[in-house]
Design a protein around this ligand. Sequence first.
Ligand SMILES: NC(=O)c1ccc[n+]([C@@H]2O[C@H](COP(=O)([O-])OP(=O)(O)OC[C@H]3O[C@@H](n4cnc5c(N)ncnc54)[C@H](O)[C@@H]3O)[C@@H](O)[C@H]2O)c1
Length: 322
Amino acid sequence: MKALVIGGAGYIGSHVVLYLCDRGIEVTVFDNLSTGKQENLDERALFVRGDILVETDLEQAFKDGNFDIVLHFAALKSPEESMLFPMRYAKNNLTGSLNILNTMLKFDVRNIVFSSSCAVYGESRYIPIDEKHPLEPINYYGYTKLAIEENLAWYARLGKINYAALRYFNAAGYDLDGRLRGREPQPTNLLPIIMETASGERSSMEVFGTDYATDDGSCIRDYIHVNDLARAHFQALEYIMAGEKPLVTNLATGRGYSVLQVIESAVKITGRTIAYDCTERRKGDPAVVIAGTERAFEALGWQARYSDIETILKSMWKVYGN
Ligand SMILES: NC(=O)c1ccc[n+]([C@@H]2O[C@H](COP(=O)([O-])OP(=O)(O)OC[C@H]3O[C@@H](n4cnc5c(N)ncnc54)[C@H](O)[C@@H]3O)[C@@H](O)[C@H]2O)c1
């Protein structure tokens, strides 16, 4: 089987590429290396440097590839940035994804696995957030993911494609066997920031809001290890290639950790002090985000295995602690 992994040099994509190569899938990575890293590229995969906004780049890759399926990770992903520069997100995420879909059709590639996000839900109306939860993104990034999902649904309804849209909650961790070490540049997510503070690269970090209606007052999130995400992608690929009906599913654990709990666990695991300041709440941060996980289990037989916070943090400290 031949797969084109777009955005496969990035944090999640590179873990998925590793998993697919381990299972004998012939992988081509297509990436412009804007945030992806050369050091993340798997030797077993072909690499094509190109941009999803340049249609001729895509056409060249498809022309040479004869792919059975596309996995699409390429996107800008900062909710905050998307509110300041929506045009960047419109272009890269919306136009880029439509370019991919249209190039797929041109070259008769009919299957796609798409990286969606819990950002499609917006404020949680109830917990756990299952896939029937209202879709009311509160940032433009989340809107782009929803709009792409809607286009996938239309293309499928018109008989053009089959797809899986995987809504990740908070991706974290590094390959458990330590094979990937490419660190994210200027991270904005909690766990890499905790790691950078533990390693001394940052003198301290901020905890945004300690007056939420949670046990310790800080926000609660559902963290999912990238190795669990990688396995879910492989299972989604098999599901789609078996001709099952389109799938939209959460990928998460159904369990949450507060920001202060994560910091406390990180202090134990790293043996370092982690200095932090408690500051104001950030706009648009819901108190508790925990996923419903039944659909992924029913459709794919998938459940998280490595997503307890200790395993996640230990796998990250192997990368950040050296
Ligand atoms: N990290 C998370 O917690 C999380 C949660 C939910 C959803 N997602 C989604 O998962 C996907 C992967 O996220 P990630 O954390 O690995 O991010 P990342 O930035 O590490 O990976 C994105 C990859 O896409 C490439 N890329 C971006 N724009 C491109 C373009 N125009 N042409 C070609 N390549 C391009 C980048 O170079 C990079 O390799 C994204 O779609 C993101 O929105 C991530």
